[in-house]
Design a protein around this ligand. Structure first.
Ligand code: NAD
Length: 356
């Protein structure tokens, strides 16, 4: 197979982890006789520094013509501490999602058995949990009108959805549910929010087209509680942008760490693959970030964008083997991890590649 892959490392640990995502792609290309052509582009704080724009035109042009994108993360502490900054790294990410029509963000949450001890949740509650989130990605308060009163003391963000935005992601989630355990939970706040009432009505209509899938509707506050109390009760979870953002960070505890969770953003054109974590200022530049979320994002790319299921499985097995052998970056280490099994980003990446 011959494919073009655009790497957008972004900021902070994004740079460190995508290095290993790319090396895994190179190792897969060699092993299975594929040709991957790589290109790189700027986004986020690094792009602002270089060009004044968090999503330079050149990056967008490259993104629109490639076969798949591997992204790291954006964000810089300077902007977190200055909420009034007009040009911000996250504008780049929001714009590229909108421009590429990436309306469905898939986040598989699966605990590797070897990491049962790394989570703060009891092992017996976690074991067997396997959830696939569908988070809507191009609507909601992220893209609705933002306002500040003249005296700057009142602010609002418009939470807005149109039926077609809900329908298109609902179809994707139902189709996925049909291939899994035929259960779908749609999460909203329909008791309070009008946009959630539209969400629920629309999902109820779509559900009629998938009679083989059992649908449950749950309020976001309840879902946040149930996810920790009994994660095994969920299979496919369909939710809006803001609720999905929060729930999937919460769900990262089911997988042991933010450093373990991959995601795929898909729409009608190119696929965009990224770990769910951010640029992690607290550990950036120290060489200790967990690269497994980026490596698992590559597995999603090979599976979803290129249809290379065996290659994807090979990556997941290599990660599993690495964890079974006991290798741990700091975020997934526990008191049983011996000194020689504690890994830097580089060592973790190298062992996974050895295990491929
Ligand atoms: P974060 O995800 O960067 O970090 C949260 C915590 O998880 C930190 O303690 C961090 O050290 C840890 N962590 C995250 N990824 C890890 C990894 N691979 N290995 C080990 N530990 C890991 O979230 P934050 O601290 O809220 O945000 C930091 C910056 O990232 C902010 O500027 C924010 O805007 C940005 N951000 C970007 C994205 C994105 O690019 N998709 C997502 C979330 C946050």
């Amino acid at each position: 197979m011959n494919k073009n892959i655009l790497i957008i490392p972004g900021d902070g640990i994004g740079q460190e982890v995508t290095t290993w995502g790319k090396k895994v792609l190179e190792a897969i290309a060699q092993k299975y006789n594929h040709t991957f052509h790589f290109d790189t582009a700027l986004m986020g704080h690094v792009a602002i520094e270089a060009t004044g724009n968090p999503l330079p035109d050149e990056t967008l042009a490259k993104a629109k013509t490639t076969d798949a994108i591997l992204f790291g993360a954006i964000g810089h502490i300077k902007y977190d501490n200055d909420p009034s900054a007009k040009v911000r790294p996250e504008q780049g990410l929001l714009k590229i999602r909108k421009e590429l029509g990436l309306y469905a963000n898939l986040r598989p949450i699966k605990l590797f058995d070897e990491l049962l001890g790394a989570s703060s949740i009891k092992p017996e509650i976690l074991q067997g949990a396997d959830i696939l989130f569908f988070r809507e990605l191009t609507g909601d308060v992220y893209f609705g009108e933002k306002k500040r009163s003249e005296d700057r003391l009142t602010a609002s963000d418009l939470m807005v959805y149109s039926a077609y935005e809900i329908e298109r992601i609902a179809h994707k989630a139902y189709k996925a549910a049909q291939t899994r355990s035929k259960k779908l939970c749609s999460v909203d706040k329909a008791n309070v929010l009008e946009s959630s009432r539209l969400w629920r009505e629309t999902v109820q209509k779509i559900a009629l087209q998938y009679p083989d899938v059992a649908t449950e509707h749950m309020f976001i506050d309840n879902a946040a509680m149930q996810l920790i109390k009994d994660p095994k009760k969920f299979d496919v979870v369909l939710t809006a942008n803001l609720f999905g953002d929060i729930l999937t960070d919460e769900a990262s505890q089911i997988a042991g760490s933010m450093g373990m969770l991959a995601s795929a953003s898909i729409g009608d054109s190119v696929g965009f693959y990224e770990p769910i974590h951010g640029s992690a200022h607290d550990i950036a530049g120290k060489g200790i970030a967990n690269p497994l979320a980026s490596i698992l994002s590559v597995a999603l790319m090979l599976d979803i964008s290129f249809g290379l299921q065996n290659e994807a499985k090979n990556i997941i097995s290599a990660v599993e083997k690495t964890l079974k052998q006991g290798y741990r970056t700091a975020d997934i280490a526990d008191k049983t991890t011996t000194e020689n099994m504690r890994c830097s980003t580089q060592k973790m990446g190298e062992i996974v590649i050895q295990n491929l």
